[in-house]
Write a protein that binds this ligand. Structure first.
Ligand code: ADE
Length: 227
């Protein structure tokens, strides 16, 4: 999979993909992330990217022309399965969306900034609009990093244990059960004995019950969405 990200603040995306799991995934050739500066497509001597909004009001708007030029530059090089705009008024990100996107080959992500982008970009180029939650961040870069991380870890071979992403919270509409490691007892706090019993069917059953209980207590809405 290849992901290209267009941003007015590419510096904000220097860190997230250079460490840990996503770094190894890129080294193994499973995944490519390229961050591009929209400034390269800015207009005139000052590489202008934003302008006052028509009708007045506070906040600048990302201009049509530089963003169109950037998008067309990249779409002329490859076919993108989706052109995604990160925006608080997009569809709220969840695990099924991440699962679906992890099966794509090429994604182009546009990070919003200022007051947003000229609406005509959304009308004519964007195929998906994604929000990471009902709160407003100062730009789409951190949301893009969240999206890329959530997708990247699902790609085959990225996680050491091939199956582990399948047991994450939200796969199956259940939160993950609690986990424990050594020591089995610390200050009198005992890890559940079943987990050290070696009885794998009992362990599976315990984990399922715990996942169900945790979901009922914390996120009953997930169970209501079950078919
Ligand atoms: N840009 C600013 N806030 C955002 C959010 N919550 N989700 C996606 N993009 C955003």
């Amino acid at each position: 999979m290849r992901i290209d990200i267009l941003s007015v603040m590419p510096e904000l995306l220097e860190g997230p993909f250079q460490h840990s799991i996503l770094k190894r995934a890129q080294e193994k050739g499973l995944f490519e992330v390229h961050v591009h500066s929209l400034r390269d497509f800015g207009l005139g001597k000052h590489k202008q990217l934003d302008d006052y909004q028509f009708g007045g009001g506070a906040g600048m708007v990302m201009m049509l022309e530089p963003v169109v030029n950037a998008i067309e530059h990249f779409t002329s090089q490859r076919q993108y399965d989706e052109i995604i705009f990160m925006t608080p008024d997009g569809e709220r990100l969840n695990q099924p969306i991440c699962n679906r996107l992890s099966m794509k080959k090429n994604l182009l992500i546009l990070c919003g900034h200022y007051k947003g982008v000229d609406e005509r970009i959304r009308e004519h180029f964007i195929t998906m609009e994604i929000s990471i939650g009902d709160y407003v961040l100062s730009g789409g870069e951190l949301p893009a990093a969240v999206l890329v991380d959530a997708i990247g870890r699902l790609l085959p071979g990225v996680l050491g244990d091939e199956t582990s992403a399948l047991f994450d919270s939200f796969q199956d509409n259940l939160l993950a059960p609690p986990v424990y490691t050594r020591p089995a007892e610390f200050r009198g706090w005992q890890a559940p004995e079943v987990l050290t019993s070696g009885n794998f069917s009992a362990i599976e059953e315990w984990r399922y019950e715990q996942a169900l209980r945790r979901t009922m207590e914390r996120r009953p809405d997930l169970l209501e969405n079950e078919d």
